[in-house]
Design a protein. Structure first.
Length: 188
C-alpha cells in the first residue's frame, strides 16, 4: 500500500492479511491522514502460472492456441544443424512456416525496438538461409515469420518496409514481421 497524496515514496508499506480488500478502505496515511491506495496480489491458476513461467512465454502459447484452433499441427523448438532452434514450425496452405517469437518491453523507445527487430530479422534470415541447404527444406515453400508482441501496427509496417527496402535478397523479401492479430489463415 502507498499514499498517492504525499510525495512519491513518502509512505509505502507491505503487509499480509487474510481479509477482504473492501475492509482496507479505513486505512489512513500516518503522514497526511488521507486514504491509502492498496494493491492486492492474486494467486494465478496453476495452468496460467505455468504458461507465464515457460521459457518461451505467453506469445508462443497464444500462437499454439491459434494453431490448435485451426487444427494445424506444429513442432515447438526443433533443432537443426546443431545450433538453429526454431520456436515454432508448421505447415499450412502448402507452405512451411518458420516462426521466431520475440517479446519485447513495450515501454521501450521506437528506435530501440527497431534496433532489436533488425537484429532478430537478420538472425532469422541467416537461419532460414542455412535451413534451405538441408534436404528436408529444399523443395518446400518456406515462409519465415518474426512474431512480436508489439501492438503498434504502424511500427510493424514501417519496420517491414524499411527492412525489405534495405534487404533485396529473396529470403528477406519473404519474411513477415507481425503480431498475433496479423496472423491470418485462409478461413479467417
Amino acid at each position: 500500500m502507498e499514499c498517492t497524496h504525499c510525495d512519491p515514496l513518502t509512505y509505502r508499506g507491505v503487509f499480509q492479511l487474510r481479509l477482504n480488500p473492501k475492509k482496507l478502505k479505513s486505512l489512513k496515511c500516518p503522514v497526511c491522514a488521507k486514504e491509502l491506495t492498496f494493491f492486492v496480489p492474486y494467486e494465478l491458476h496453476e495452468d496460467i502460472y505455468n504458461i507465464v513461467r515457460e521459457k518461451d512465454g505467453l506469445l508462443l502459447n497464444a500462437l499454439c492456441n491459434k494453431l490448435d484452433t485451426h487444427s494445424i499441427k506444429y513442432q515447438l523448438n526443433p533443432t537443426f544443424l546443431k545450433n538453429i532452434e526454431i520456436d515454432c514450425l508448421f505447415k499450412a496452405e502448402e507452405s512451411t512456416y518458420i516462426v521466431e517469437v520475440k517479446m519485447y518491453k513495450i515501454n521501450t523507445s521506437k528506435a530501440k525496438l527497431k534496433s532489436k527487430i533488425r537484429k532478430h530479422f537478420g538472425k532469422l534470415v541467416k537461419d532460414v538461409t542455412r535451413l534451405l541447404e538441408l534436404e528436408q527444406f529444399k523443395n518446400q515453400k518456406i515462409k519465415p515469420i518474426l512474431l512480436l508482441n508489439i501492438p503498434d501496427k504502424e511500427l510493424l509496417t514501417e519496420v517491414n518496409h524499411e527492412l525489405k527496402t534495405n534487404n533485396l535478397d529473396s529470403i528477406s523479401q519473404q519474411v513477415k514481421i507481425i503480431n498475433l492479430s496479423l496472423l491470418k489463415f485462409k478461413e479467417e
